[in-house]
Design a protein around this ligand. Structure first.
Ligand code: VGL
Ligand code: ZN
Length: 197
């Protein structure tokens, strides 16, 4: 069975100095690079928002970053403006090895956020990644990247639901940890049958 490494959102805005910096986020880059030779396919996700994206607090009158609002698809955290399309913040970390085969961009629709590499936050709109993996004969996926408690966890849970064998390499991830989000993410992944190493 072929295997893929899913490298989640290793972008400047999620690293120290970035707009939505994850503590120690850049420290995982050499760990991820060192993992790459073990996989048949290396796939990157890239958070890629238009300037008017609905997940940005700045686009909601009076809203503060990290507050929660209600969207048609459910609760949504309002984030600082980050990973705006074409900006340096949206670019991959300079040291990340980009020898892999696919980049999936997500969060490019104004009205809906997308944490997962597989489905947007309505849990219905597909990115197409399942089809790519199946077409390539890939049955097992390993995840690494940022942030463990948002985009990595959502991607891991969806991968398990899609029928892949899923491992999260926790030493190659870092978390935001907002209001218990890390504990919830770990519980959700365990419940979905994700192996956490
Ligand atoms: C992410 C919040 C907003 C992530 C992306 O990559 O975990 N978190 N956009
Ligand atoms: Zn985002």
């Amino acid at each position: 069975m072929s295997s893929a490494l899913l490298v989640i959102d290793v972008q400047n805005d999620f690293c120290p100095g970035g707009a939505l910096a994850v503590a120690d986020g850049d420290s995982i880059v050499p760990i991820i690079n060192a993992m790459m030779p073990e996989f048949d396919s290396i796939i990157y996700t890239q958070d890629w928002h238009p300037a008017d994206h609905s997940s940005f607090a700045a686009n909601h009158d009076g809203a503060t970053p990290f507050s929660v609002t209600e969207m048609p698809y459910g609760p949504q955290v309002l984030w600082p403006t980050h990973c705006a399309q074409g900006t340096v913040g949206a670019a991959f970390h300079d040291e990340l090895d980009l020898k892999g085969d696919l980049i999936i961009r997500k969060g490019f629709r104004t009205d809906i956020d997308s944490y997962s590499a597989f489905f947007e936050n309505d849990h219905e709109t597909a990115t197409g990644l399942t089809g790519y993996l199946r077409t390539r004969g890939i049955g097992s996926v390993t995840l690494a990247g940022l942030a463990l408690d948002f985009c990595v966890a959502y991607s891991a849970v969806d991968a398990a639901r899609e029928g892949f064998r899923v491992t999260v390499m926790s030493e190659a991830c870092r978390a935001i940890d907002l209001d218990g989000s890390l504990t919830k993410a770990m519980d959700d992944m365990a419940a979905a049958g994700v192996t956490i190493l």
